[in-house]
Design a protein around this ligand. Structure first.
Ligand SMILES: O=[N+]([O-])c1ccc2c(c1)CN[C@@H](CO)C2
Length: 272
């Protein structure tokens, strides 16, 4: 009975996601104040700095980077696209895959990513002409945008990973916002781990102590509230060695009524 009930809970969350609105989600989380590049304590610049540092430590290398649960965003691969020649974006929802494909084909997209590219180029110490180069680089290395379901033992279809395993995984706000409880979160972490080669790296961003967020007007999506200790325990349980954990605590004015998140974690880990 337990398994059936858990399956139903996962299906119930998937049902709510059918009303997910990428444009609203981007507006809620990827515009000011959460994406204010003039503010040292804004969340998005903090996330971009975490990725920049992780990819410039010098220990991450290989051919293929897979982003699990990309949503409608690109920020999470703007540093990694300089290290990897192949990037796969993935999402459960067609609307998000369409949003990403729209940007990749230089068609309409719901958010202007230019300020993000400018900020990452600045972190990389490159001049303003580098923005066009980075945009071209990202469009060149992203080979596909494919479906993913983190609750399947094989989250992406096998023909998507011809060479078997990814050298690096990125995943942001995905596991905890599609799992009904901690056990399912941990199980999903195990599923995505199976996509990663041994000694490959996982860069994981997620919400701390969040119980819901708005995926669109009136679209309340349940989230399993996590603390740092639980995240670290799940990593250990699924065969990862923690390299770095960074935590961002939201200043009051970053709580804008779209969720009840109190903090954001950034994990850099290596698969044993
Ligand atoms: O502050 N942020 O940059 C930010 C970005 C995305 C998300 C959050 C916060 C919190 N909610 C999650 C969904 O569980 C999505």
């Amino acid at each position: 009975m337990e398994g059936k009930c858990k399956e139903n809970e996962i299906a119930a969350i998937a049902d709510i996601y059918q009303s997910f609105d990428p444009a609203a989600y981007l507006q809620n989380n990827y515009t000011s104040p959460r994406a204010d590049f003039g503010r040292k304590d804004s969340i998005v610049p903090w996330k971009l700095a975490c990725f920049h540092r992780a990819f410039t430590d010098g220990d991450i290398s290989g051919e293929l980077l897979v982003d699990i649960g990309s949503g409608p965003t690109l920020y999470q691969v703007m540093s990694g696209c300089e290290v990897f020649n192949k990037v796969l974006l993935t999402d459960f929802l067609e609307v998000n895959r369409q949003e990403l494909k729209g940007w990749l084909q230089d068609e309409k997209s719901s958010l202007d990513w230019t300020p993000y590219f400018q900020h990452v180029c600045k972190l990389e110490g490159r001049g303003p002409s580098a923005v066009r180069e980075k945009i071209a680089r990202l469009r060149e290395v992203v080979k596909d945008v494919v479906p993913v379901n983190i609750h399947l033992p094989q989250p992406v279809s096998p023909d998507v990973l011809p060479q078997g395993k990814a050298d690096c995984l990125v995943s942001c706000f995905c596991l905890e916002s599609s799992s009904p409880d901690l056990a399912t979160f941990t199980k999903a972490m195990g599923h995505i781990s199976s996509l990663l080669r041994q000694n490959g790296h996982l860069l994981l961003i997620g919400a701390l102590e969040e119980s819901y967020y708005l995926g669109g007007p009136g679209v309340k999506i349940p989230v399993v509230p996590l603390n740092e200790a639980q995240v670290c325990a799940s990593l250990q349980e699924t065969g990862f060695t923690l390299i770095r954990l960074e935590v961002y605590t939201l200043p009051r004015d970053m709580s804008v009524g779209v969720d009840d998140v109190t903090g954001v974690f950034f994990v850099k880990a290596r698969k044993n």
